[in-house]
Design a protein around this ligand. Structure first.
Ligand SMILES: NC(=O)c1ccc[n+]([C@@H]2O[C@H](COP(=O)([O-])OP(=O)(O)OC[C@H]3O[C@@H](n4cnc5c(N)ncnc54)[C@H](OP(=O)(O)O)[C@@H]3O)[C@@H](O)[C@H]2O)c1
Length: 204
């Protein structure tokens, strides 16, 4: 039984009411994990330059989208509109503790409906995890910013996408129509870099 009243189901959407841009942000270990085997993101995956990159990225989107364990906890978090995925409601429900946030169950309402209820039907979104949420958007990313920490291994951890470690994160992105473009070194000493994966023109 839902803990929250459902506030929307079955909105009629026009074709123009889609997010203007879908971005993904993740930092992963050498073995493609975003958290350790206890489901916790260890300090070993936290780098000042990557966190600054992530924060700037989220300051540039209209809506942050994440699962129940992946709030970004940044300085501007309270100012951001957000959608939090959960099975605890049937479709879309308000977050009683945050007027800029909604709980969203994609099984009961689509993204366009959730964005409309949030008041930004054509806004841009930043998807920030975790595993299932990153996987859910694989066919919708315009760009995925994949940061890598090559010296860190998290055996048995939470993978960035459900198909990892059977495939590498890069193979998964490529199989879903994204291709690598710009690479930026974020931390020279620890060889942390971010690669921008863009949707190829063929799959748009
Ligand atoms: N390194 C990185 O870049 C990065 C990125 C993101 C997260 N993390 C870390 O990863 C860990 C959490 O990972 P996680 O995969 O467990 O987190 P998560 O996606 O934040 O949380 C999982 C929960 O989100 C909800 N959810 C996910 N997919 C859903 C769907 N399709 N429909 C409805 N609800 C859905 C469910 O909530 P209910 O149980 O309420 O149904 C599920 O139990 C944390 O330590 C976090 O800090 C790291």
């Amino acid at each position: 039984m839902s803990a929250f009243g459902t506030i929307a189901k079955g909105h009629a959407m026009s074709a123009s009411q889609v997010p203007s841009r879908v971005e993904g942000y993740a930092i992963v270990s050498e073995d493609g994990m975003l958290a350790n085997s206890a489901g916790v993101m260890p300090d070993a995956l936290k780098f000042k330059a990557d966190q600054a990159f992530f924060e700037r990225g989220l300051d540039g989107v209209d809506v942050v989208v994440h699962g129940r364990h992946s709030h970004e906890q940044q300085r501007h978090s309270d100012l951001r509109r957000r959608l939090m995925l959960t099975h605890r409601i049937s479709a879309i429900a308000p977050d009683p503790s945050n007027k800029r946030a909604l709980f969203w169950n994609p099984a009961g309402a689509n993204l366009e409906q959730a964005m409309a209820v949030l008041g930004v039907p054509e806004g841009s979104i930043g998807v920030i995890g975790g595993t299932e949420v990153f996987g859910f958007f694989l066919d919708r990313y315009d760009v995925f910013y994949l940061s890598r920490a090559p010296a860190v291994r998290l055996p048995g951890g939470r993978p960035v996408f459900p198909e990892v470690p059977g495939r590498t994160p890069e193979e998964v992105l490529a199989r879903h129509g994204l291709e690598p473009r710009q690479k930026r070194i974020l931390d020279v000493e620890r060889a942390v870099a971010v690669v921008e994966w863009h949707r190829s023109a063929k799959t748009k």
